[in-house]
Design a protein around this ligand. Structure first.
Ligand code: SF4
Length: 360
């Protein structure tokens, strides 16, 4: 089934990044692992899309496909990934290598393992620049110093010669951001960029990413399991479960009027999103499903506390389509519930943030 979604940014036809019916399947001895199964979204320059979901929901696999990082694996990839008018899936490995770092760059969760321990931070940033620009080593190093200064590294002309282990966690992440942005890529993918950092440094890194996005006018995809990060950063949100989009739309709309019980579960486990930090943390029961043998119907049904509200056991037998929902344009959800907003307000919000219910 091909799915098509609108976002507040537009129809997706002329978006800077347009992903259409992306499938990333891994054949194994035991069957096909459908890590991403028919994902569609679009993104404009200067905008941020937050992709959220638990481990194994397909969010990182999908972004790796955008970067062409599955080429050495046995992954079967289909669909379209149109970046600035060019389908990345039609490019050769060499052509994709040329785009990587220049047109699309990635910031990883753990810069210590993403950076080479034997080379200085400056050397690695300068090399990222020299791969795509015909400049001398001295000019590339000068550019690395400039970028380190831009991301807030103190004494950048001295710290440029430090090794990664001589930087703190927050400084390493700043250095990774400098490396990611040094070629001014149109698209920046940040995969759990603050997970390994303490809360104060997390906030600084998110602020820095927002500042730089404005300055570079990049399109940013931020991948996270944390709706709190999304609330801070994203214009649009895509919630993934078992390799599929289950809710998608403008961030404010998704956070205030979510229509899919899995999104409710994510919201209930980060109450600061609702502004009530005293609210109880309510974990989602059960575990994410196997992608080799996912549950029938709605893949969330074994964990969903609301499935009994849908007649004829439809949740177990029929996969809901991603259909328009919510109040505003561009909000889509994959759920059989007939009155999700009412259930959210009266049952879910009443438990996690009763004051908000009284106000609304
Ligand atoms: Fe729950 Fe059914 Fe909606 Fe799936 S379709 S989220 S099981 S109510």
């Amino acid at each position: 089934m091909t799915e098509f979604s609108l976002t507040k940014s537009g129809s997706g036809e002329d978006a800077f990044l347009s992903v259409r019916d992306l499938k990333v399947h891994f054949p194994t001895q035991d069957g096909i692992v459908k890590a991403t199964d028919g994902l569609s979204f679009s993104l404009e320059r200067g905008k941020t899309l937050g992709i959220v979901g638990e481990s194994g929901s397909g969010k990182s696999v999908s972004s790796s496909a955008i970067l062409g990082l599955h080429s050495g694996s046995n992954a079967k990839i289909s669909g379209e990934i149109i970046l600035d008018g060019e389908d990345l899936l039609s490019l050769s490995e060499e052509e994709m290598r040329q785009r990587r770092g220049k047109d699309v760059a990635m910031i990883f969760q753990d810069p210590l393992s993403a950076m080479h321990p034997y080379y200085t931070v400056g050397n690695q940033i300068a090399e990222a620049y020299r791969v795509h620009n015909d400049v001398t080593k001295a000019a590339a190093k000068a550019r690395a110093v400039e970028m380190l200064a831009r991301v807030g590294i103190p004494q950048p002309d001295r710290r440029v010669d430090d090794y990664p282990h001589q930087f703190s966690g927050g400084m390493r992440q700043r250095a990774m951001i400098a490396m990611g942005l040094i070629n001014d890529p149109g698209l920046l993918i940040a995969d759990e960029p603050t997970t390994a950092l303490d809360v104060t440094v997390q906030a600084q890194i998110l602020d820095l990413l927002q500042d730089l996005q404005r300055e570079f006018n990049s399109a940013v995809i931020i991948i996270t399991h944390d709706l709190g990060v999304v609330a801070e950063m994203a214009d649009d949100v895509l919630v993934m479960y078992a390799g599929r989009a289950v809710e998608y739309g403008p961030c404010k709309e998704i956070l205030t009027h979510p229509e899919m019980p899995y999104t409710w579960g994510l919201l209930s486990s980060v109450p600061e999103v609702t502004g009530d930090t005293d609210a109880p943390l309510i974990p989602i029961p059960g575990n994410p499903p196997s992608l080799l043998n996912p549950p029938s119907g709605c893949a969330f049904h074994p964990r969903c506390p609301h499935r009994d509200k849908v007649a004829d056991d439809l949740c177990k037998t029929e996969l809901p389509e991603l259909l328009p929902g919510g109040r505003g344009p561009g909000h889509t959800k994959r759920c059989h519930l007939a009155n999700p907003d009412e259930i959210y307000q009266t049952e879910v919000l009443a438990e996690i943030a009763p004051d908000l219910v009284k106000e609304s």
